[in-house]
Design a protein around this ligand. Sequence first.
Ligand code: FES
Length: 141
Amino acid sequence: MTHSPWSIDVATALLEPLRAEPGPVLIALQAIQGEFGYVPSEAVALIATTYNVSRADVHGVLTFYHDLRTTPALPNEIKICVAEACQAVGSRELEKALKAAYKEEVCDAFCFGNCALGPAVMVNGKLIGRATVAKVAEGLK
Ligand code: FES
């Protein structure tokens, strides 16, 4: 998915229709990330001003949700489940192998609801069950 470069005009246009939403901060952060691929610091200030909340409130929501990013996304995103059921079938070993192969593109996640088919890995939003390094490589194609 391609994202737009940061633009305060585009961001402002995204935020205005959300004023009517109850508790619009999370929705606004998701909208900003959907458009730009991440939430730049300028967006935190804009959201705070637009919805009359503190920057600390916006920052608190931004840092609470792991799927919200403050830096541009890498070309690929590989999330490996390290919750108990997946650990029991080797997710930690798979995590080491994936980090050796793909370095910073690999991050931990906690349960995709695919526990019976662990270890579970999400590659660019696509779930892979009984994941292996080879299956992840195939998922990146
Ligand atoms: S524990 Fe890994 S998908 Fe649920």
